[in-house]
Structures are given as structure tokens and as C-alpha cells.
Ligand binder design. Sequence first.
Ligand SMILES: O=C(O)C(=O)C[C@]1(C(=O)O)C=C[C@@H](O)C=C1
Length: 287
Amino acid sequence: MKISYLGPKGTFTKMAVDALFPDEKAYSYATIPQCMDAVANGEMDYCVVPVENTIEGTVPITMDYLIHQVKLPIIGEIVIPIRQHLLTNRKLALHDIEAVYSHSHAIAQCHQFLHTQLPQAATHATSSTGTAAEMVAGMEEPAAAIGNELAAKEFGLTILREDIHDYANNHTRFFVLAKQETNVPATIGSGDQRKTSLYVTLPHDYAGALHQVLAAFAWRKINMSKIESRPMKTGLGNYFFIMDVSCEAEDILFQGVQKELAALGCNLTVLGSYPIHAYKEKAGANL
Ligand SMILES: O=C(O)C(=O)C[C@]1(C(=O)O)C=C[C@@H](O)C=C1
């Protein structure tokens, strides 16, 4: 089994891969779209991609690429705790740090820390937190990376400040994508708890359109755990809606929703029905 993930080493995505596929070979790619392409073109069996963070919300590149570019079913989900640390290649005083490197989502999770503790430092977005750690490891100038303990270990960095994310409850949700709906690998979980992700486009803009969509789920008592609007990229004000619901796409009630929305002229596309992996933090792990 081959799994692609956002590399190089020491990324949060790698932590998710290690939890989901402890015994499989994982291959690092430089970007999230490259991870997905590798599954679409058959190089890899699965990819693990970040989709949503407690502090910063959706990872737009993942959802946009999944919906507009590659059609890969979601076959699993994992949520892992995120601890952001300030990493340097030597002992430095905070006021001497001139630049901070990290993934844009990691920088966004630490805005307040950067604003109050490192006002002099320029921030630079990198393709992942692992890339930032790798870059900072080789720098002469006083710079820091934002990343996890795994990255500190992999690249021999010092943790100058621990837990610099602005809100204590910091978690990121990851999807497992496959080329087609398959038997889900046992480590992802067969789970009693399952979800379906989908998106809905409205036929046109009219009063109560979204209300009608929501009502189709509501009166069938299908619980919706997330709804988000994303631009259709066709013109200002044109949006579609991504939703997560707590049932299977095969559920008779869900099929009723599909029929009702079709009758209203809406388009409902299922992105996947999948189990939720129960993440267990390793005892003593500082991750
Ligand atoms: O850069 C990493 O370490 C990643 O795995 C990417 C990513 C993300 O895109 O949200 C994953 C988890 C954290 O929220 C920060 C960054």
C-alpha cells in the first residue's frame, strides 16, 4: 500500500499518516495537489490531506482541488491535536529573530503570538511546516520556523517556545482519499460513527433556496455537522455549499434528500461516506 502526503518530513500531515497507516510506506510530495494527482494517476493508493483547522477553518486548496480538479472519493477521516512550536537552529532571544517561516495555516494559528512577541520579524509562507523547519535548519541569519516536535527532531532544531498557537483547543481534520471507493483499510476504522460529505449547487438565486435545501435534511432528522459556502468561481455572489451530515449516502433517508433536491432543481454531489478514525494520543508524546 502506498500513501502520499505533504512533506518533506516532520509535517502534521505525516503525523496523521503515521496514526492511520502505522505499517505502510508513505511518500512525501511538495504540495497538496501533487499528493492528490499521485492518487488520480495511479502512482499512489491513498493520500492524506488536511481539510479543516479549529482556528483557521477550511484548507481551501484541498477542498477546491477535490471539487474542481480531481474526483477522488473520501474514504476516511482523522482529527489530530495541533501543537505549534517556535523552532530555531540555535538559542536566540525573541527580539533578535528577523524572520519566521511556516505554512500559511500554521502562521494563521499563531497570529497573536507573532503580533505581540515577534513584531519585528517578517513572516514568510512555505509549502509546509516541515519545509520551513528544513529551511531554518540551514540558515545563518536569525530566523525561526513554526512547526511541531517531530520537525524539531527530524531537522535538529531547538524548541524555543512551546505551544505558541493562539487558542488552546487546536485540532486539524484530515481526509483519506482513494482513486475509487474501496474496502477501507482496517487501521482507518470501520467505525459505528460515519459521515457523508457532499456539496449542493442551487439552480439560481431565489428567496428561500438555501432554506429549502436545509429543510430537506431537517425534517428527516439528518444531523448536519458542517455547512460552508465556497465560490463557484463563475462570478461574484455565485456560491455552492459544502456539507457534512451524520449518515451514510446509502441511507434511505439520505436518498430521499437527493430526490427532493433534484425535484427542486438543485445538484447534490456526494464526496464520500466514510468512517471516523478515533485518534489516540501516545502516552508521553509531546505531539
Ligand atoms: O504544513 C504542515 O505540517 C501540514 O501538514 C499542513 C497543515 C495545513 O494545511 O493545515 C496541516 C496542519 C496544520 O493545521 C498546519 C498545516
